[in-house]
Ligand binder design. Structure first.
Ligand code: ADP
Ligand code: ZN
Length: 432
């Protein structure tokens, strides 16, 4: 049997490869570089885990988030693979043991942050391993973080360009779930992928039903939507921390099982909220976009955005957390013409003019998506450079039943918040 397929079946217990996984695996195992673009849930991890197992030595996986690293390490260990992660929250002794295991060739996978990878003491360990031909592969997860054009720019990722210079014989595979043509180019240049093969799979998520409508009065619109999804699990993205708090409180008062999360809360609160969300079957998470990276919960049935997103990349990624199990899920965007960039207070902007221009361009993409009356799926895919013939039948533009429903969503707030209803109209203004 083909060795990659054997690993897929015996170690990972999956019968067949998905999409172009096998092509990527063969390419990388053969020592070539690759850039892999696959939607969330597409199966990017196996694209570097299997070649990592097939190649001699250790695979270094660069990841932006500790939670992501821990999750992957746990999964690999469950499958009997020697994996570990290095992070700054570890007790020193533990980090020392891991480095020792690394030096003694006992690890197959080591997950770490970009800054840790390029740090001096770590680099000397790595060079020694390289000289003994014990570095098999570099995998750069969430590689759009390297691009200033990307929506999650992380300056530390820039330092990864040294990998090409220092370890020319080790293949590099960069993977991400979102990257338009511009971001793709920047990733290639920064990582010096020099003409590496780019594998792009379709970004369509047919089980996600897209719905975009005007925000008139948050609370009744949200409750109307939630009633369609009673007992189900979902995420509500708010533009500000304050709104997270107030909306969570109001929905709780009405009996909805809400959790809340934003970057201003204590680490303890965030961890607890995240764990509860992952364990419960019907929880509603009210959060800023600080929540969700690396969340792999299969049964998220809906995602609501309560303001225009900052970019379609971000929107795609946030909505992409719904329906990972392939079941129909609904994503709703409530926009208002006065929305500025979203979020207002969880931004990662570097503040320079280039960054400003980028944000402006991205905002235009979002506005175009919202305002044109064409199939939402087509509009979204078009932004990522993928052709779709439109008429998807499951978005608010293509499906008449959906249009009737969004109509009722808008009318509902008009009825509830007619000018005669003083209290209501005041509330509706506050919520915007
Ligand atoms: P991504 O990183 O692209 O979001 P993952 O690598 O986490 O996705 O994979 C998503 C899920 O799909 C995981 O549970 C993974 O084990 C599963 N998966 C990946 N490849 C296959 C396959 N060939 N057959 C079945 N399940 C797969
Ligand atoms: Zn459509």
């Amino acid at each position: 049997m083909d060795p990659a397929l054997k690993i897929l079946r015996e170690t990972f217990a999956y019968p067949e490869f998905r999409g172009f996984q096998k092509e990527v695996i063969d390419h990388v195992e053969g020592g070539e570089n690759a850039l892999v673009l696959m939607p969330t849930g597409g199966g990017k991890s196996l694209c570097y885990q299997i070649p990592g197992l097939l190649r001699p030595g250790v695979t270094l996986v660069v990841s932006p988030l500790i939670a992501l690293m821990q999750d992957q390490v746990q999964t690999l260990r469950k499958r009997g693979i020697a994996a570990a992660c290095l992070n700054s929250f570890q007790p020193e002794g533990e980090a020392r043991d891991i480095q020792h295991a690394l030096r003694s060739h006992e690890l197959k996978f080591l997950y770490l942050s970009p800054e840790r990878l390029v740090q001096h003491p770590f680099q000397s360990t790595l060079k020694a391993l390289y000289e003994r031909r014990q570095v098999g592969l570099f995998a750069i997860d969430e590689c759009h973080c390297i691009a200033e054009w990307g929506h999650d720019f992380r300056p530390e990722y820039r330092q990864l360009s040294v990998l090409a210079d220092q370890y020319p014989e080790v293949p590099r595979i960069a993977v991400t779930a979102t990257a338009d043509a511009h971001t793709r180019q920047e990733i290639g240049e920064s990582l010096k992928l020099n003409g590496a093969r780019c594998f792009v799979s379709s970004f369509d998520r047919p089980n996600l039903h897209y719905c975009v409508t005007e925000r008139k009065a948050v609370l009744p619109q949200v409750e109307h939507f939630l009633q369609r999804h009673a007992g189900q699990c979902g995420i509500l993205y708010c533009p500000t921390r304050r709104m997270v708090e107030s909306l969570a409180q109001r929905l709780r008062t009405s009996g909805w099982p809400c959790l809340h999360y934003h970057a201003g809360l204590s680490a303890e609160h965030r961890e607890q909220a995240q764990n509860q969300f992952l364990q419960r079957s019907g929880g509603i998470m009210i959060a800023t976009i600080a929540f969700g990276m690396g969340i792999d919960k299969p049964d998220i049935r809906f995602v609501i955005h309560l303001a225009s997103p900052r970019s379609l990349e971000g929107y795609y990624q946030e909505t992409g957390r719904a329906g990972r199990d392939g079941q129909v899920s609904e994503v709703l965007l409530l926009y208002h013409s006065e929305d500025r960039s979203f979020p207002h207070d969880e931004g990662t902007g570097t503040g320079n003019t280039f960054h400003h221009r980028v944000l402006q361009k991205k905002r235009e993409g979002v506005e175009h998506f919202i305002s044109t009356q064409r199939c939402r799926r087509q509009g979204l895919l078009d932004y990522f450079g993928e052709r779709h013939e439109g008429h998807c039948g499951t978005c608010d533009v293509c499906d008449p039943a959906y249009q009737r429903w969004t109509g009722s969503l808008e009318r509902l707030s008009t009825v509830l918040f007619a000018p005669s209803n003083r209290q209501g109209s005041r509330r509706s203004r506050n919520e915007k």
